[in-house]
Write a new protein. Structure first.
Lengths: 324, 393, 324, 393
């Protein structure tokens, strides 16, 4: 077990993947000499060379598009998108190409590209640096989406994404980059595309991922102080979603609150709510409740705390759920 | 007489290469002529065969579509020299990235016409094995294949570097990559990013533009005031303008470019000025937007006709050759037709196995639901109601 | 009342908007001389001139991006995206610019751009010509989304979208372009951003939009033959969604089936299911059921009928709902 | 001595204009010198004032950020000549589209420093009225503002056309539009589509590139092998390369370009070669990626210093002027600081009124929910837990 931050864990995971497989390479803006604006790739260029850690020209479509071609040539490129809000120039390459090439080729071609996107808010920054666009990718078949919330997952998911023959997008919880945690570097863990019950309870379930996982845990803790037993699930994989684990929990607890930083309307919470309601209809004591951001562009930093769901909003939703 | 072109006025200093003129006469071009000096009569006959075969298959495609046997067909008539001339000089290990009209390129790479027509039969979005032919699949989203070509080219260079640093320098010459796109697609932002990346990484990629003067109904003048080959200089690499209906000129320009690429001298751009003689697709009606006169004018510049005249007048090729080729092409078309008619779609169920390379819980669950649902229909009828809109473009 | 096809109704709606306001202009690929690949803009270039009907260069980001600038200059551009699958090169302009400029400017700038997207499948075409990406736009605040299903709405929504000071995306049901219907050109109708109960019933509600509305109606008809009374709602507006109308219906019927052509996972059906379940929890006799496409890329034409929801799939869902 | 540049080797035939050299001496440039002949001492002093004021405000920005009063600051030091020199020749009716570092441009357009700092204070994503100043807002998504500028320019031309066809030809000269972007942003596909559209519609837009040699940590050589001004020819319009630390050169090039635009002679591109002397933003650390030597070398090319020397040696401007300006700038900074410290964020509630121009049912419902929720907190404490990650770039 080694203690490290989430950022360091990703760095270590990438380094290990690069060591083990010479076809793994990194691409992105400022990821080389600078080590990325968050220093997640620090030291990797000097360690593995400029031919394996590419400081690319400034074009996201070019980054993802050339990564597709590199993958077709046998490489396993890991692209960094500098901030969530700058993914969109690459949207066409991700949605119409990367996601579909395996199917288009009737399974003949694989494009094992990994895309790392530091995402989410509450970092006190300017426009387009704090968004949570995961739902815009989950809807597209052909992609897989991971959202680590802690150092252990950050370390292993980076490697598992790279090893996966499908394209994988990793949404990295940027405001948790400095969160420390234990990493077991020796035992390779199980299926990354599965959810994990990280706190047991029997009166309600809270599902969260990425940066909101600590908030969900804090809410469960606070609820316990009020005498309520709340189960917490770290969803971990956003596509596919591990509905079995969530459904099993809800069958037990009868109540579900889903929290995400993205706006509620059209967010992934709707999908989870709909499917879990279908699968656990008779177990539900209350409708599935969602806690998300409002249907507004991400607001200026000074008021972002009012926009992004926090402990109080999760607790308030739990209260509403218990009130049924 | 020179080919009509929307931009001759603005063409400025960029010369337009031509080795075989409209009357089948050879023209000297100091830069490019050496690149076709070694061509034998057999080579010329091969080029002729490929061009006419492609045209014959193309004709069959349109007729199959008219008869409801294809969902769509994309005619290539007029572009045979540009396509055959650029594909023929490539080596089996080079990788080609087409747009969606490069049938003659595909055939030159060994893709069988029937394989290719599966896409237009509506039974696959692909059709052939890209690895087997080193020929990527068609891409419907314009320009999207071009960054892939650049990345692939970057990969070939990385491979050589890796081999060299391991002390096992490859014995073969460097591979090259060709990215095809059209005058219309040249406007897409991804083309630009592709050029920047290619220049930045000295990628061995040839950007091969077929400027067929039209993007569906939009004339080339809307996309650019100047020849597209002019753009290359803005990225710091070479751009060549060539008569795209002159198969020798295209072969020479392509060989010149491939040589440069293999020497590690970075990307090259070729703009082949040609003409889409037919409709954009079988869903299109060119009378809505262009003049018969223009079509006629370009008709005189037919790429096949000029090679035929050249073979006749300068190589004493006689009727027998031309008749044999025509007969062979008819047979090819005949067999193709039979194959197309015999094609059946894969079961929809197979789609579930193609979306992901590795197991996927949602897809598995939906596959089970689908099979269950299908099993629920006990009647002999297919459960589908088959109302279709019946349009497409 | 005039009978016309949906395509003709859009044409007439655009023409009227152009007549009434010289600032209205059309932009897109092949919309001028050709009249669009579906002939929706036929005759408008010769009628209004090449300066008001622009056959643009072939770049979707350029089309939407210049439309934003034209709107800032006081114009009301209507952009056509040739097919659903070609929207993605413009995704950045739509999502990070068009949607956000009003908020970014603290309400000072308005960008009344309309984007017309012929969408949906079952037209027997090739890849990228049959997709239903509406959910990818609904999640983004700042946009409005309309989905006419008939000639009357096609005629009026085109004009209402243009008149709206917010950006509006119109998803046009391309396989219904030749569907005829009555258009009342004299009485301007009400709020386009509202749903409409188009068939009354009391045992279950079916919500659909665009190309699936006739399918939903046919399902209700078939259900009636089986003795079931099914209400049908044409959702009409996908952002905002008129939850009041849907909720009121479900409070009455107790059952809801939502049908859309887009893949179910991450589709708008999840949002509607989640919100209606929350608002009508105690009225629901069964979980809200969704009928959508599978989590696969749109398949080849020969098998598309198995992918896109049809009458039988809606009926099967109704059966499942009634079975609770 | 010439300015160091990553691409001088490849620059080839494209000349680099310079009117005021590194030592403050005037150089003759047959093409551009006439465009600054009329400049009075007062004009020069105005340029000096603007440049130094911008630099002073910039310094205050960094210090305010260091003190936690701004969420971020984007320094412009080194780019004052490029910015003031391009903004000063514009007319009030011209429209400017900045990226996010064009503070000196904004000030020249009458935006008050405090207005501008609201964005960096984290209380708005905008800050000023774009209509009042004919100066658009900052855009964080690189290159995205450039197609807007082209569309706006298309609109100005359409307006004139409409006025003329109504028989009321406008009396004023045509308006021009300026689109600012950087060497890094030049790689984005939207830049290319902007250039194609601008050329296609003869749009009166000036593409003004500040090539400050760096895109955060990525040197210019990664984006291009050749000067970016070279790209213009590939679209069929003129591109000029100018010493961006030479305010006279920039004024002249801009005037030349604006004249062309107003004459309807289509788009023009100017690449101003300059240098970002400081960090990319206050979150950046340039020691990680560039040499002190390079910074020092460019330090000798300071745009303000050379104008100061010029004013002193050729116009007898004395200490008093420079001291007065310095004092005024300090006062400006002082007032700015007070204003910034006094700024309070708008209530979050106001956000609900800004997302849409017209009423919106979901936003109204969520606004009501929010107010209800807020009302539920009866304690005097703000309900928010204020854990923040505290990083940004
Ligand atoms: C991104 C995108 N936008 C629009 C289309 C629709 N479309 C298909 S072909 C075509 C014209 C292409 O012209 P060009 O690139 O010159 O190729 P050509 O058809 O002439 O071979 C258009 C607009 C598309 N396929 N992809
Ligand atoms: C589309 C997009 N990608 C990435 C970024 C992150 N980013 C902000 S500034 C910058 C470098 C920009 O360089 P340049 O265009 O030269 O402008 P400069 O900062 O030098 O003024 C990057 C990569 C962004 N803002 N937008
Ligand atoms: Mg073309
Ligand atoms: Mg720069």
């Amino acid at each position: 077990m080694t203690q490290m931050t989430v950022a360091k864990a990703i760095n270590a995971g990438l380094a290990r993947a690069m060591e083990e497989n010479p076809k793994v390479m990194l691409m992105g803006e400022d990821i080389g000499s600078l080590g990325g604006v968050y220093r997640v790739t620090e030291g990797l260029k000097s360690r593995f060379g400029a031919h394996r850690v590419l400081d690319t020209p400034l074009g996201e479509a070019g980054i993802v598009g050339t990564a597709v071609g590199l993958a077709e040539r046998g490489y396993r490129p890991v692209c960094e998108i500098q901030f969530d809000g700058f993914t969109f120039p690459a949207f066409n390459q991700i949605t119409t190409q990367l996601a579909k090439i395996h199917a288009r080729s009737d399974g003949r071609l694989t494009v094992p590209v990994t895309i790392r996107i530091p995402y989410g808010g509450v970092i006190g920054s300017v426009e387009h640096h704090s968004e949570s666009p995961e739902a815009l990718f989950a809807h597209t078949a052909g992609l897989r989406i991971l959202a680590p919330s802690n150092a252990q997952d950050a370390y292993w998911m980076s490697q598992q994404a790279i090893a996966c023959d499908d394209p994988v997008i990793i949404f990295e919880p940027k405001r948790r980059y400095w969160l420390k945690g234990d990493v077991d570097e020796t035992t390779s863990p199980g299926d990354p595309f599965s959810a994990s019950v990280i706190r047991e309870g029997h009166e309600a379930t809270v599902v969260a991922w990425g940066p909101l996982v600590p908030v969900a845990l804090a809410a469960a803790q606070a609820a316990q102080e009020d005498g309520r037993s709340v189960e917490v699930i770290d969803l971990r994989s956003l596509s596919p979603v591990d509905f079995d684990t969530v459904t099993a929990s809800v069958r037990k607890t009868g109540r579900l609150v889903i929290a995400h930083e993205a706006p509620t309307f059209g967010g992934l919470g709707g999908e989870i709510a709909a499917r879990v309601t279908e699968r656990a209809f008779y177990s539900l004591e209350a409708p599935v409740l969602r806690v998300g951001a409002y249907h507004l562009p991400y607001p200026p930093a000074a008021v972002e705390d009012h926009y992004v769901p926090d402990l109080d909003r999760v607790l308030e939703a739990l209260d509403r759920s218990f009130a049924y | 007489m020179t080919a009509p072109s929307h931009h001759d006025a603005a063409a400025g200093t960029l010369p337009r290469h031509q080795l075989l003129d409209e009357r089948g006469e050879v023209r000297e071009d100091p830069a490019l002529s050496p690149y076709v000096e070694d061509l034998t009569l057999e080579d010329l006959q091969h080029l002729y065969r490929s061009m006419t075969a492609a045209r014959r298959v193309d004709k069959e495609g349109t007729s199959l579509q008219r008869q409801g046997q294809l969902v769509l067909w994309v005619p290539l008539r007029g572009q045979e020299a540009a396509q055959v001339g650029s594909a023929w000089p490539t080596r089996p290990t080079d990788r080609l990235f087409p747009s969606y009209r490069e049938h003659a390129v595909a055939f030159e790479r060994g893709v069988r016409p029937a394989e290719l027509m599966q896409l237009f039969r509506g039974i696959t979005a692909g059709g052939w094995d890209p690895e087997e032919h080193q020929m990527n699949l068609y891409t419907m989203v314009l320009a999207s294949q071009v960054p892939h070509a650049v990345g692939y080219a970057m990969g070939t260079a990385l491979d050589r570097r890796a081999a060299e640093s391991e002390g096992t320098p490859p014995e073969t010459e460097p591979e090259a990559v060709v990215a095809y796109f059209g005058d219309g697609a040249s406007t897409e932002g991804e083309i630009h990013e592709s050029m920047v990346f290619a220049a930045s990484y000295d990628a061995p990629v040839l950007f091969f533009i077929q400027n067929n003067q039209w993007a569906i109904s939009v004339p080339f003048a809307t996309q650019s005031r100047v020849p597209l080959a002019t753009r290359a200089a803005g990225y710091g690499f070479e751009g060549l303008r060539v008569d795209g209906n002159d198969v020798l000129g295209v072969v020479a320009a392509t060989r010149y470019a491939l040589e440069k690429l293999r020497a590690g001298e970075g990307p090259v751009l070729i703009e082949a000025e040609t003409y889409r003689m037919g409709a954009h697709t079988t869903a299109d009606d060119p009378t809505k937007y262009r003049e018969r006169d223009e079509e006629d004018e370009w008709g005189h510049l037919d790429p096949i006709e000029r090679l035929r005249v050249h073979l006749r007048t300068h190589h004493d090729v006689d009727d027998e050759f031309f008749e044999t080729v025509a007969r062979e092409n008819d047979e090819l078309a005949h067999e193709l037709r039979a194959e197309v008619l015999a094609m059946t779609p894969p079961a929809f169920e197979e789609s579930f196995a193609k979306a992901y390379a590795e197991p996927h819980s949602l897809v598995e669950a939906e596959r089970a639901e689908y099979l269950d649902y299908q099993a629920g229909f006990t009647t002999q009828d297919d459960p589908r109601d088959t109302e279709t809109g019946g349009t497409g473009a």
